[in-house]
Design a protein around this ligand. Structure first.
Ligand SMILES: Cc1cc2nc3c(=O)[nH]c(=O)nc-3n(C[C@H](O)[C@H](O)[C@H](O)COP(=O)(O)O)c2cc1C
Length: 208
């Protein structure tokens, strides 16, 4: 798949088939995630894999209860509160696999590094025909000490990006994007940069 196709066609998928995600596919996703750049190459990520539908259903119920009790006021006033409290709502959209990217304690920017790994994972999944969706709703619950304890996650690890993975049950329409807000654009006046054709020829190699 062309890189631009992956970037433009990836969607947050919320309807999945029951088909399991092969272990080899999960391994490929982790390989893609770890290709992400990271500050001073710390690679401060760790992965939690949840691939049992019964367990995922139970986790969804518990995450919902926690979320409803602790929903920030601005969200509680939003329609999200109704969505979450609906009995049929599954936080993980009934996907067969959940991959949680945890940030390990690190000196420089571990959260940012994990987000970059997450995007790699989601684009790679899309290239394999798999759907993904980040699940921010589950993050507060996943970060509870007792939940980390249950799954053997070190307390000092932080759940940054829970991502469900599965086979899409159908196409997902795109959602609109805002135009880029350009707050600053400075360049050397008079260089005619807007007239430079793209794709442009690489600059000639300098002679020593
Ligand atoms: C940090 C983050 C948290 C998100 N949390 C949820 C979530 O809890 N549930 C959900 O269905 N989608 C969640 N999403 C998906 C977004 O709603 C989705 O990416 C956005 O609407 C744009 O749609 P697209 O990804 O299809 O382009 C989350 C996305 C991000 C980046």
């Amino acid at each position: 798949m062309e890189l631009n196709d992956a970037i433009y066609q990836r969607r947050a998928v919320r309807h999945y088939t029951d088909a399991p995600v092969p272990t080899t596919a999960v391994e490929q996703l982790l390989q893609a995630a770890r290709q992400a750049p990271s500050a001073v190459n710390q690679q401060p990520w760790a992965f939690g894999l949840f691939r049992d539908p019964d367990l995922l259903n139970r986790m969804s119920e518990q995450a919902k209860v926690y979320l409803q009790a602790n929903l920030p006021r601005d969200l509680a006033l939003h329609h999200l509160s109704d969505t979450i409290s609906h009995p049929g709502y599954n936080v993980f959209h009934h996907a067969s696999t959940l991959i949680v990217i945890y940030a390990k304690p690190a000196r420089f920017d571990p959260i940012e590094d994990c987000c970059l790994a997450a995007q790699n994972l989601m684009l790679a999944a899309h290239g394999m025909g798999l759907g993904t969706c980040p699940i921010g709703f589950a993050r507060p619950w996943l970060n509870l000490p007792e939940v980390k304890h249950e799954f053997g996650i070190p307390l000092r690890y932080t759940a940054v990006m829970p991502i469900v993975v599965g086979w899409p049950a159908g196409p997902t329409p795109p959602v609109p994007r805002l135009d880029p807000e350009i707050v600053c654009w400075r360049e050397t006046p008079g260089r005619g940069l807007s007239a430079v054709p793209f794709p442009f020829a690489p600059p000639p190699t300098r002679q020593p």
